[in-house]
Design a protein around this ligand. Structure first.
Ligand SMILES: Nc1nc2c(ncn2[C@@H]2O[C@H](COP(=O)(O)OP(=O)(O)O)[C@@H](O)[C@H]2O)c(=O)[nH]1
Ligand SMILES: [Mg+2]
Length: 391
């Protein structure tokens, strides 16, 4: 606001009269950035000698705040009108709150990227890269320390060499399960997907079914235990129809056993489940009972890479009570940071089976590749970059 007032003064001279002053937020860049706009309506004198002029002054809200100078003599009557004083106060308020936000961000950044004493300075940039991608601090510093032990001092300055060694470290902590493969010679290979609501279980199941059926020419049967929402059944029915695969909708253990038995000629049976909330103990025990009745060959826990670490850990603890063999991470295309995938796989000591990278059935799914994920973790954080890397 003080910058806008100075512009008014420069444009209209010290005799300028402020008619109106306001500030508002405006969406820029397709709504991605909000910019604060200050608008002052001023005239040359109050008797209407000059036509009032609008004088907008815009600057990004996050820019360095302007110092508010005490009013110089010629400016005094400008600032003395109540509207201008109000506007100036508003300006000061906004500048102070901008400063406060900046300070908070600074403190968070300092804390987050504080270099632990054991990390050698030459490797600090790599450590900070891991932290930026939300790799857990303990894991990040362990990997950097191992890296340091592995390298001769003259190699530390060779960026490509350090990156490839670090990628190896990440890969070691990201064990992969490989794709779903039927090893038995008779009877169906039964795979169940479990996990919280909305993570993408049904979509992922459709992708898996379509790939098995269309690319590998396998006989695939589908079963859903999600009888809570009619829309959920319709969603899977649509895919089953397209694939020409049988679909059974069941809600009891007996029906589930019967459904599996009715699909004995299939090479694969994929079981979709309702997205029970991890807090819903009763329904989880029900799910556990249902799955125990058919004892699937594989149970994959489906997690979204857009969820917080805390949320993902809660899901793992709870669904662990049901049964978890492998982990699928969905929505990598939407995740700003992929460190959570590494943290989780490392922590729970399970293998990563698939990652999904979009809503398209059947294309947006990949077998979990430690090397690819390591590259993503070592890339600069940011969604665009992740998408570029995945394409
Ligand atoms: N961006 C993105 N969206 C996905 C992905 N997988 C699933 N979705 C979307 O997530 C939403 C919930 O998916 P759904 O399969 O119904 O989840 P469920 O409740 O776990 O069965 C849908 O809008 C899907 O299109 C993915 O890999 N990327
Ligand atoms: Mg579903």
């Amino acid at each position: 606001m003080s910058a806008a007032l100075a512009e008014v003064k420069q444009e209209l001279g010290p005799g300028a009269v402020i008619l109106q002053a306001r500030s508002f937020k405006k969406n820029r860049w397709l709504g991605l950035r909000r910019q604060e706009v200050f608008e002052i309506t001023a005239g040359r004198d109050a008797r209407g000698a000059a036509r009032p002029q609008r004088q907008p002054a815009a600057r990004p809200a996050a820019a360095m705040p302007m110092p508010v100078k005490p009013a110089a003599e010629p400016q005094r009557h400008l600032l003395e009108s109540p509207v201008a004083q109000n506007a100036a106060m508003n300006g000061i308020f906004q500048e102070v709150s901008g400063l406060k936000t900046m300070l908070q961000e600074l403190v968070v950044n300092i804390n987050r990227t504080k270099c632990p004493p054991q990390i050698p300075e030459e490797l600090y940039a790599y450590y900070s890269q891991l932290i930026e991608n939300q790799v857990a601090e303990g894991l990040a510093s362990d990997m950097i320390k191992t890296l340091q032990k592995q390298m001769r001092p003259e190699h530390i300055r060779q960026a490509d060499f350090v990156r490839s060694k670090l990628a190896e470290q990440i890969e070691k902590h990201l064990p992969a399960a490989g794709p779903i493969v039927r090893t038995k010679t008779s009877g169906p290979h039964v795979v169940a997907l479990i996990g919280p609501t909305g993570v993408g279980k049904t979509t992922t199941l459709a992708k898996l079914a379509a790939n098995l059926k269309l690319r590998e020419k396998r006989r695939v049967g589908l079963i859903t235990l999600d009888t809570y929402r009619i829309a959920a059944i319709d969603q899977l029915k649509k895919y089953a129809d397209i694939l020409g695969s049988p679909l059974r909708v069941v809600s009891t253990s007996e029906d589930l056993v019967a459904a599996v038995r009715s699909m004995q000629d299939c090479e694969y049976i994929l079981i979709d489940t309702a997205g029970r909330s991890p807090k819903d103990a009763l329904k989880l025990s029900e799910l556990k009972g249902l799955l125990a009745a058919v004892n699937p060959d594989e149970v994959h826990l489906v997690l979204s890479s857009t969820s917080s670490q805390k949320c993902v850990e809660l899901a793992i603890t709870k669904f662990g009570e049901v049964r978890v063999d492998k982990i699928i991470f969905t929505k990598l295309d939407e995740a700003a940071h992929v460190g959570v995938v590494l943290n989780v796989i490392h922590k729970v000591n399970k293998t990563l089976s698939y990652v999904t990278t979009g809503q398209n059935v059947p294309d947006d799914i990949e077998v979990g590749e430690p090397r690819r994920l390591a590259q993503l973790i070592l890339a600069q954080p940011g969604r665009q970059l992740i998408m570029e890397k995945l394409q």
